[in-house]
Structures are given as structure tokens and as C-alpha cells.
Design a protein around this ligand. Structure first.
Ligand code: TYD
Length: 135
């Protein structure tokens, strides 16, 4: 459910010259990272997402700036505001997501458990609801 999509506090290596946050497979991220991508230059007012995945897990980080994720498990919706690079949103499989309110210059960093395949997407909301109801 949407309640299973935790906001995880990431470690910070801090000194007077700045911060480093490190993510390492199976140490502080609970899956093997197979793919990294990031969204940037998102125009003001743009909305992205609008899909779910059968298997994919993701850690989403506001590497810069801020944005909102709307999570939907077919029954409940939850809005998560990400605005700091030491927080990750763990999106579990089978969650419909939409993204909006990208601040100017924001960078949405995504660490993903699988390589890209369109076969893992559910892009029609009615197909998503059907999948959540009937598997
Ligand atoms: P999509 O996942 O729908 O973007 P968002 O959820 O951010 O709105 O992907 C948009 C397009 O980019 C789609 O045509 C597929 C392509 N794409 C890849 O080729 N590889 C990838 O790893 C990702 C994430 C997207």
C-alpha cells in the first residue's frame, strides 16, 4: 500500500566544506541498483509520471530543489513532498505515481532496481486498478 512507501533518511558525511550522501547496494539501499536516471529541466507546471510498475522498486531523491509525488495504491492516495538530498522515497512495486510542482532547477534522482523495460510499466489507470483488484 502507499503506507509501505517509506521516506528513508540517508546518511550524511558532513564537514565544513559540505556534505556527501552515499548509497551502496544492500548496505543502505534494500535492492541492487541496476539503473540510475534523473529528471531535470522540468518546465514550471509540468506533471510527469502517470504509471505504475509490476516489479520495479525505486529510491527517489530530490538531489536539488523540490517536487511532489502523489502515490496511489488503487484505494488510498498519499502526497509526499521531497525537498532535501538526504531523504529518499522508497516506491514499492504496484504503486501508481504522479509527479508535479517541480521547483525551478530541481533534479529528481532515481535509483532503480531493474533495467529499463516498457514491459514492466502499467500506463493505463484502468489497467492499474484491474491489476490491483485481480492481480
Ligand atoms: P517515463 O518513465 O514515462 O517518465 P516519467 O515517469 O518521468 O514521466 O519515461 C519517459 C520516456 O523516457 C519514455 O518514452 C521512456 C523513456 N525512458 C527510457 O528510455 N529509459 C528510462 O530508464 C526511463 C526512466 C525512461
Amino acid at each position: 500500500s502507499v503506507e509501505d512507501c517509506e521516506i528513508v533518511e540517508l546518511p550524511i558525511v558532513h564537514n565544513e566544506n559540505g556534505n556527501i550522501t552515499v548509497l551502496e547496494n544492500n548496505i543502505n539501499i534494500p535492492f541492487d541498483i541496476k539503473r540510475v536516471y534523473y529528471l531535470y529541466d522540468v518546465p514550471m507546471g509540468a506533471e510527469r509520471g502517470g504509471h505504475s510498475h509490476y516489479q520495479l522498486q525505486q529510491y527517489v531523491v530530490a538531489a536539488s530543489g523540490s517536487f511532489n509525488f502523489i502515490l496511489d495504491d488503487g484505494v488510498n492516495k498519499r502526497e509526499v513532498f521531497l525537498n532535501h538530498p538526504n531523504k529518499a522515497l522508497h516506491i514499492k512495486p504496484g504503486i501508481w505515481r504522479e509527479m508535479k510542482d517541480f521547483s525551478s532547477g530541481s533534479i529528481c534522482l532515481v535509483l532503480a532496481s531493474m533495467e529499463y523495460t516498457e514491459k514492466d510499466y502499467i500506463r493505463e489507470y484502468k489497467d492499474f486498478l484491474n491489476y490491483r483488484k485481480n492481480g
